[in-house]
Every structure is written in structure tokens, then in C-alpha cells.
Design a protein around this ligand. Structure first.
Ligand SMILES: *Cc1c(COP(=O)(O)O)cnc(C)c1O
Length: 387
């Protein structure tokens, strides 16, 4: 009965693309795998908050006996809406100085729900070629017309807009702000200027890798580039730098009302536990005060990016704490990652189809709880590889 599945799995094994859940033991910013302890360079915990015991205690100390509930027991539209949800949404709307915010169970829920809710047969979605799988799935569910523009190529996007804008009542431009494989950034000011040439164009920006990390108050690339007001649908997640779980959109009140009425992944899923929302609320309040973490992370990132460029004389697309070392060849990338793991750095090889052919790479993900000496030791290992 399962023969067909088994054959597919065998084929994946043959292509070296068989995935397995790794067995890991976490020790702060270190990770233990098969008995070996390594610095975790593959996490999304960019601000280094996930292992911060002081924050955890400060959070728990707010409560005496009565902890927030560990389940919401229902969708928010039934009985799963607790006051802490509204408190976090108000806090976020105020921080972003926008009319409203709405919470979701995950970034995946947000991205598969928002686009179908907003789209009809007079809608065109135009997405950056490299957007996250969750947005692609949302676009598929939206069942409207769909085009892609070459990655961060705004002239290409403009051509598509010029050619199509008369045929649609609504056009939604979909992008990320920091892209997860190259660590490069969107130019939101360009996108906003483009959008403003057409009356029916909306901008959808996913800040999953940027919220907490960039901007004076940690509100992301939209804050850094000074255009929060101009992003119609500003999405982000709490599972990365914010060391929690869940996601949000910041938008006009009318769009929030529309999502509450139309968005299936919001309506038909049990809301996150109030305990979880309270933790997110607690951490979001800390965001403006985490400047030292952001500055340290930016310093480490620039240091590693420069070192890789200098050692290997290679391309460096990244402007963020996601730092790729692009080797090109698949086998060499796997071998090099294994070697670095042997040396104590838990970094992973990324190969096609996750990245384009010929750009296999090791992806270093830096976090604010790493020390300069640790990055220096990694750089020394990379130098040994080059000779
Ligand atoms: C991680 C990620 C998501 C998914 O968010 P989850 O909360 O993990 O479901 C969505 N979009 C982008 C760009 C991401 O990197």
C-alpha cells in the first residue's frame, strides 16, 4: 500500500535530499548533536533572547499563583479571545503608529490566510521570485492571477505593473524585507514610490527575519527605511528574534475587520495560549530597550561578512546577520559544513532546490549572544580552509 511512498523516499535518499528530524540537545547558545557540542549558527534567535534566564524569571515573577491559561480552548471568534490578545494588539498598533494590529498563530498561518482573504478574480498578485514558501502557498490558495518579478529587480516589477495595471481592480505586491538565504534586503522606498504611481496597488511585506533586529526601536526594515505608514500589509513573526511563537499584521482597521471576517486560517484554528501571548507581550515591550543587542549583532555581522569576502574573494549579497558563504559546488559545501561542525560550529549546507543551482552555500546565522572571540575563531577556521 505504501510502495509508492517508499519509492519516492528512496529517490530522495539517492539524490541526497532525504530529510530527517535531527536529535538535538540545547545548551544555551550551544547545541549538542551525536555527542558533539557546537556553537549554534543555524538558529533564528537573532537577539539571543531564547536562552535569557533573567527575562524568563522577570516574566514569571509578574505572576503569583495565577499564571495565564495554557490553552485558549477555541478560535478567537468563539471563546478563544482573551484580554491579553487585545493588549498586545493595541501595544503593537501604538508602537507602529498604525490603526490596528491582528495576531495569528504563526507566520505560516498569516501568509496562507491573508492573501486568499484579500483576493478575488479581479486581483493580481506580483511576488518577488524568492519569497518564502508560506507566501507561495497563500498565493496558490488565493486562486487569482499571479506573476513573479526577478529578485529585488524593481525595473522588472515596474514593467509588469505597466503592462497589467489596466486589467485588474487590485494588485498586491508581495515581498520579504530580509531574505532568508542571501540575507539581502528589500528597498522599500523604491517599492513605495512604485506603488504610489498606481491607485490600485497594495504592498505586502513579510518582516519575519527583520522584526526586532533592525530599526531604532526594533520594528524592522520598514522602520529603518522610514516607511511603516506606506506598507498596507506589514506582517512579521514572533518565532525568530522575538523568542516566542505567533505572528502579526499591522494595517488599517478596515483590513483587520476584513481579516476577522474572511481569513480562514484565523477563523478555523484554535488561538495560541494566553500564556504564550503574555510572553510575546512581555518581550515586545522590551524591544525599544534592546539597542545594545542590535548594535552588537550588527557589528558581528559586518565583521563576519567582511572576513568571508576577504578570505575567499567571493560575492557577499548579505546586509544582515544571515551570512552566506557561497561555495557553488554541492559536495564541497557538504564537506566544508561537516568540517566546520567538527571544529565546533553548527552550520548547515544549503543546496538546490532551496537555492539556485551552482550557489550551494553554508549559511551562518549570527545571534546577539555570540561573542566576538567566537566569531574570530570561526574566521580562523575559514582561513585554514582557504590555504
Ligand atoms: C519563518 C518564516 C515564516 C513562517 O513563520 P512561522 O511563525 O515560523 O510559521 C514566514 N515567512 C518568512 C519570510 C519566514 O522566514
Amino acid at each position: 500500500m505504501h510502495d509508492n511512498y517508499l519509492r519516492h523516499l528512496d529517490a530522495l535518499k539517492e539524490q541526497n535530499q532525504f530529510r530527517q528530524l535531527p536529535q538535538l540537545i540545547h545548551q544555551g547558545r550551544f547545541i549538542q548533536r551525536e555527542g558533539k557540542t557546537m556553537l549554534n549558527m543555524s538558529s533564528n534567535d537573532y537577539l539571543g533572547l531564547a536562552n535569557n534566564q533573567a527575562l524568563r524569571h522577570a516574566f514569571l515573577n509578574q505572576y503569583q499563583e495565577q499564571l495565564p491559561a495554557f490553552t485558549s480552548s477555541s478560535s478567537r471568534l468563539l471563546t478563544g479571545s482573551f484580554p491579553i490578545y487585545d493588549e498586545l494588539e493595541s501595544l503593537m498598533a501604538r508602537a507602529f503608529r498604525r490603526e490596528s494590529a491582528l495576531l495569528f498563530n504563526s507566520g505560516y498561518h498569516a501568509n496562507i490566510g491573508i492573501l486568499p482573504a484579500l483576493s478575488d478574480n479581479k486581483t493580481l498578485i506580483i511576488a518577488d521570485k524568492l519569497v518564502h514558501a508560506s507566501m507561495i502557498d497563500g498565493i496558490r490558495l488565493a486562486q487569482c492571477d499571479f506573476l513573479r518579478f526577478r529578485h529585488n529587480d524593481y525595473e522588472h516589477l515596474e514593467q509588469i505593473l505597466q503592462k497589467n495595471h489596466r486589467s485588474f481592480e487590485r494588485i498586491i505586491i508581495v515581498t520579504e524585507s530580509v531574505f532568508s538565504m542571501d540575507g539581502d534586503c528589500v528597498d522599500l522606498t523604491r517599492l513605495v514610490a512604485l506603488k504610489q504611481q498606481f491607485s490600485q496597488v497594495m504592498l505586502y511585506v513579510d518582516e519575519a527575519h527583520a522584526i526586532g533586529v533592525y530599526g531604532e526601536n526594533g520594528l524592522g526594515i520598514a522602520e529603518q527605511q522610514g516607511c511603516i505608514d506606506e506598507i498596507d500589509i506589514l506582517v512579521g513573526t514572533f518565532g525568530k528574534a522575538l523568542a516566542s511563537m505567533g505572528a502579526y499584521v499591522v494595517c488599517d482597521q478596515v483590513l483587520k475587520d476584513y481579516f476577522v471576517n474572511k481569513m480562514r486560517s484565523l477563523i478555523f484554528s484554535t488561538a495560541l495560549p494566553p500564556f504564550n501571548i503574555a510572553w510575546t507581550h512581555f518581550l515586545f515591550q522590551q524591544l525599544p530597550s534592546l539597542k545594545a543587542e542590535r548594535t552588537h549583532l550588527a557589528m558581528l555581522s559586518q565583521y563576519l561578512r567582511n572576513a568571508i569576502v576577504n578570505i575567499f574573494d567571493t560575492k557577499m549579497p548579505s546586509e544582515s546577520c544571515i551570512v552566506p558563504y557561497i561555495l557553488g559546488d554541492n559536495e564541497l559545501t557538504i564537506k566544508t559544513a561537516q568540517h566546520l561542525q567538527q571544529q565546533g560550529y553548527y552550520c548547515l549546507p544549503i543546496r538546490p532546490p532551496t537555492v539556485p543551482k551552482g550557489t550551494s552555500r553554508i549559511r551562518f546565522s549570527l545571534t546577539a549572544d555570540m561573542q566576538l572571540a567566537e566569531v574570530d575563531q570561526l574566521i580562523a577556521c575559514l582561513q585554514d580552509l582557504a590555504v
